[in-house]
Design a protein around this ligand. Structure first.
Ligand code: NAI
Ligand code: MG
Length: 398
């Protein structure tokens, strides 16, 4: 156990991010996690007032303390962002960009983990038809490892590409054959770049996780038969790494399209899944849907120095100003549990997870999403638990 008091950078952000983080920190306190929190400014308010949703002072806090616990932020399209900017800043040529993407890039948070584990008794669990008239509720327990900084989301793209790019592409026989006669201004190009270093880091993280948590397999979920260079490189490296360093873990290979079909057929078969940026994004949302959706989907963004833990959901602005917050804090609390695992406080995370499991199993306290209600201010009157009440129920089980 770590005896020195930790400092965590709390990044509430916007909307419901603020509500879920506040409740999450109460749960952490009551679970006996001895830490102090410094608040980092991030999100829409800081875009409007300072023209920067990720101020330098927030970067400095993370540089110093290394661990961030993040709620959610609001992002809006370019024009809407400009319209809300402080009038005094409008002449400065500022352009809005998402601060969470900014954090991932600045600190090279290249390993993203998104676990999806069924809680027994969750009314949102996926069910399927079995033999005869039977209904089966498969127990999902997967951890998706998504490369977080490269690939199709790497941002290297053009419409009407400049000469040097166009001419470079034109040296490829397939480009010449399939696109050579298309007017250049009708071309839009987004690249999919994988590096060996980042690919090795995500693969090794996936295998190490399988060993640490007792999963028997790692599945590379890409499309190496078609996307030969990038997916192909990832699968080949996985084979080498497995053979050299993880012979006790089975290596499986699925294509992203087939995997999405198998998701509802046999999700219980999979353990650790590893993929590039976009396919990891897709497959993790797919699995999250089987275990309850956004109210349950947690994540970790790990870099070599700094790590940030966050629920997958956004700021849900339409619920932000309810007098009593209605959203489910479990995704946020689960993200904090991943933080605890990461910093060597697995005993505390274990107790929090078992408290959540008990609350869900009992079924007496459920937020509106768990009751399949439409999110509105009156859900609490109709029997749904508030964000606070769910946190209280978890605390009561600790
Ligand atoms: P969202 O995740 O904020 O909300 C979508 C819907 O999911 C909500 O209306 C609600 O019905 C449900 N939901 C979300 N979190 C929930 C929770 N904890 N408990 C119960 N139900 C929950 O996504 P949306 O509406 O597309 O985006 C809203 C804003 O959030 C946008 O400005 C978007 O850019 C931003 N966003 C930020 C993210 C982040 O901070 N990492 C991620 C996704 C969106
Ligand atoms: Mg997504």
């Amino acid at each position: 156990m770590n005896m020195t008091k930790r400092t965590i950078v709390a990044l509430p952000g916007d909307g419901i991010g603020r509500h879920v983080l506040e409740e999450c920190i109460r749960v952490l306190d009551k679970a006996g996690f001895d830490a102090s929190y410094v608040e980092g400014d991030i999100g829409w308010e800081f875009w409007k007032s300072e023209g920067n949703p990720l101020p330098d002072r927030t970067i400095e806090l993370l540089e110093k303390h290394k661990i961030g616990l993040f709620g959610a932020i609001t992002s809006k399209p370019k024009d809407a962002a400009f319209a809300e900017l402080d009038p005094g800043l409008k002449e400065k040529g500022l352009v809005y960009s998402s601060p969470i993407v900014g954090l991932r890039q600045h600190f090279n948070l290249d390993v993203c983990i998104r676990p999806c584990k069924t809680y027994t008794g969750n009314p949102l669990n996926f069910i399927r038809r079995g033999a005869g008239d039977s209904i089966e509720e498969p127990e999902v327990d997967v951890a998706i490892f998504r490369q977080n900084t490269e690939g199709l989301y790497g941002g290297v793209e053009w419409s009407n590409p400049p000469d040097i790019v166009y001419n470079g592409l034109a040296t490829h026989p397939k480009f010449k054959k399939n696109f050579g006669t298309v007017p250049r201004e009708e071309l839009s190009i987004s690249t999919r770049i994988f590096t060996k270093k980042a690919t090795e880091r995500i693969l090794r993280a996936a295998f190490a996780h399988a060993v640490k948590f007792g999963y028997k397999s790692v599945t590379v979920c890409e499309k190496p038969n078609v996307i030969r260079e990038t997916s192909g490189m990832m699968y080949k490296m996985a084979q080498e790494i497995q053979a050299a360093d993880f012979p006790g873990i089975e290596l499986w290979n699925t294509n992203i399209d087939a995997q999405m079909m198998w998701l509802t057929k046999n999700p219980e078969t999979y353990g650790v899944i590893v993929a590039g940026n976009m396919f990891g994004d897709i497959v993790s949302d797919g699995f999250a849907g089987l275990i309850g959706g956004l109210g349950f989907a947690c994540s970790a963004n790990l870099g070599e120095e700094v790590s940030v833990f966050e629920p997958t959901h956004g700021s849900a602005p339409k619920y932000a100003d309810y007098s009593e917050s209605i959203v489910n804090p479990i995704a946020m609390v689960e993200s904090a549990c991943m933080m605890l695992d990461h910093i060597g406080e697995a005993e505390i995370s274990g107790r929090i997870r078992s408290a959540i499991a008990q609350v869900i199993m009992e079924g007496k306290v459920r937020t509106y999403d768990m009751m399949k209600m439409t999110g509105r201010a009156d859900v609490i009157k109709n029997g749904a638990a508030s964000t606070r009440q769910m946190a209280e129920a978890i605390i009561a089980k600790l």
